[in-house]
Design a protein around this ligand. Structure first.
Ligand code: SER
Length: 338
């Protein structure tokens, strides 16, 4: 008998860390972890198995089908927005072809098992592309249908993969004489900037938030690459994990969308700074905007409307801004670096 598992790609990334720890602690589920990089030693005992490999390696993915019964896929592997701009074609390969490979694997799994395979996909506020700063500043909360004109390769990749998820769920091989449902139950979250006390992001454009905090806690100088008035939605990692798990557990009949905004709080970079400097009075933080990265952030919404997630599957973040900083981030980073 093949062992029942959940597959987590990008397992060694920020969300992977949080998700694996949570599943190991709270759920009776075996985790099959996949990443191109080695998995942190601390996470290994929490996984049924770790495979170091590439989501572009179709032979590798094929072997997984033979060995495991995959109930749910958390497809977290991705090249983030800043890094993707340095090599857009590679980013496209990893972000889009990689996702296509995982969707294909999910179809095969569902066919073998004769039941749907859930496909959880972290999308992003990067799918939005607001045309100018004046429009950003005068807009109310942005809902899922507005301004879907991304200006980054990463944003284009995320938006297109949402569409692929919709295609596989609803229209897969729609002209085939022997047409069956693909068996994929695709569910996506458009995450805001994520902040973890345990890990730091690599290659994102919302990274100024977490970087400011972690540098201050480490006693390192930080040059913030956006203007003080820059505003983006954010969420702490425990809430991002909660969102993924809550959406996974939701009844399909309750879901009116395949893709949901989720958010928690949205400080300006100045407000972020004020909180960090209060907690770490000796921190050396300066604002030195990088015009190009600032340009990307200026196309992302200052806030998003997550009413659908609240109404459909009861989304409710546990950490508002005060709780996030004073009960989670600041005590945890202080403990981590001292
Ligand atoms: N945090 C991501 C980035 O900055 C957006 O999803 O790339």
């Amino acid at each position: 008998m093949r062992k029942e598992v959940v597959l987590i790609t990008g397992a060694n990334g920020e969300i992977g860390h949080g998700l694996i720890s949570h599943i190991a602690e709270k759920e009776k589920t075996h985790v099959l972890a996949l990443d191109v990089m080695p998995l942190d030693e601390s996470l290994r005992p929490m996984c049924e198995r770790f495979i170091q490999g590439d989501i572009l390696d179709q032979m590798l993915l094929g072997r997984l089908v033979a060995e495991y019964e995959i109930r749910t896929i958390y497809h977290l592997a991705s090249i983030l927005s800043t890094k993707a701009e340095y090599n857009p074609e590679t980013a496209h390969k990893v972000n889009v072809e990689g996702t296509l490979n995982l969707l294909r694997l999910a179809v095969e799994q569902a066919t073998w098992q004769g039941k749907p395979v859930k496909f959880l996909y972290p999308s992003s506020i990067a799918v939005y592309g607001i045309p100018d700063l004046q429009t950003k500043n005068s807009s109310n909360k942005i809902n899922e249908e507005m301004w879907c004109q991304p200006t980054t390769m990463y944003g284009c990749n995320k938006l297109y993969c949402e569409q692929l998820g919709r295609y596989y769920t609803k229209y897969y091989r729609q002209l085939a004489a022997d047409r069956n449902s693909s068996g994929i139950d695709f569910r996506a979250l458009r995450f805001p900037g994520l902040i973890s006390a345990i890990t730091t992001p690599t290659g994102g454009t919302s990274d100024y938030g977490p970087e400011m905090l972690h540098h201050a806690a480490m006693g390192k100088k930080y040059r913030c690459f956006v203007r003080p008035d820059t505003r983006l939605p954010f969420m702490v990692m425990p809430d991002a994990i909660k969102a993924l798990l809550d959406l996974e557990k939701a009844d399909k009949g309750d879901l009116s969308k395949l893709v949901y905004n989720v958010t928690s709080f949205n400080p300006s970079a100045q407000e972020f700074y004020n909180i960090v400097i209060e907690a770490f009075p000796n921190a050396e933080i300066s604002f030195e905007p990088d015009i190009a990265r600032q340009g990307i952030v200026d196309t992302w919404p200052a806030d998003v409307d997550d009413t659908s997630a609240k109404n459909d599957w009861g989304w409710n973040p546990e950490f508002d801004q005060d709780r996030a900083f004073y009960e989670y981030l600041i005590p945890a980073v202080k403990a981590r670096y001292t």
